[in-house]
Write a protein that binds this ligand. Structure first.
Ligand SMILES: [Zn+2]
Length: 199
């Protein structure tokens, strides 16, 4: 490794100098300084702003928590590109997400915002953050169960009732208010609830 070699050489040189001179040489600071400038700071700030936009279909979670925000890049002065992954093919929410992101960045002084769709790697419910899952459950929606990384391995975990925590729940309808949710009912507390389906 290059860094390791440099370090060793530098330390040896330093030791030699220390041995032959009373005054130690000034430390070598500039060699591997990260190129973190104003741009990366601004990018992080803009990403935070774009990520804080609520999901148009499930406003209880943000786009960051939903895991659809893939990146924010500064292309030039006042020009920003945002990468967004649709939750499923032909998802109409992506248009609303795009408009909302453009709005929040325009309000922050970015003149030109281009939102590009990134289709690969495809979004999956595994991309929903832990905080996003917590908020869904708090809102009464059973969060999607974690999916295996590869292959159609059948789910063995039961869907937990967000009201009482019981795992004894039954499917009422494969589709609820939106295509991404199913309607279930808890056998224990008898409350119906939405389940965010795994994808
Ligand atoms: Zn229940």
């Amino acid at each position: 490794m290059v860094t390791g070699t440099h370090l060793t050489a530098d330390r040896r040189a330093h030791a030699d100098r220390a041995a032959t001179s009373a005054r130690p040489a000034p430390a070598h600071r500039t060699a591997s300084a990260p190129k973190a400038g104003d741009d990366s700071r601004l990018e992080a700030e803009l990403r935070k702003l774009a990520g804080s936009v609520p999901d148009p279909e499930l406003p209880v979670v943000t786009l960051e928590e939903l895991g659809v925000l893939r990146g924010v890049q500064i292309l030039g002065p006042g020009r920003v590109e945002v990468e967004l992954t649709p939750t499923y093919t032909g998802c109409p929410a992506i248009e609303a997400m795009t408009t909302d992101i453009e709005q929040v960045l325009h309000d922050h002084g970015v003149a030109e915002v281009s939102v590009v769709k990134v289709l690969s790697p495809a979004w999956s419910t595994n991309d929903i953050t832990a905080e996003g899952r917590r908020k869904l459950a708090e809102f009464g929606i059973a969060p999607p169960r974690p999916q295996p990384a590869e292959g159609p391995i059948p789910l063995t975990l039961s869907v937990r009732c967000p009201h009482c925590g019981s795992t004894d729940t039954e499917l009422l309808s494969r589709f609820s208010s939106t295509a991404c949710k199913a309607l279930r009912r808890c056998v224990d507390c008898r409350e119906p609830f939405d389940h965010f389906k795994e994808l």
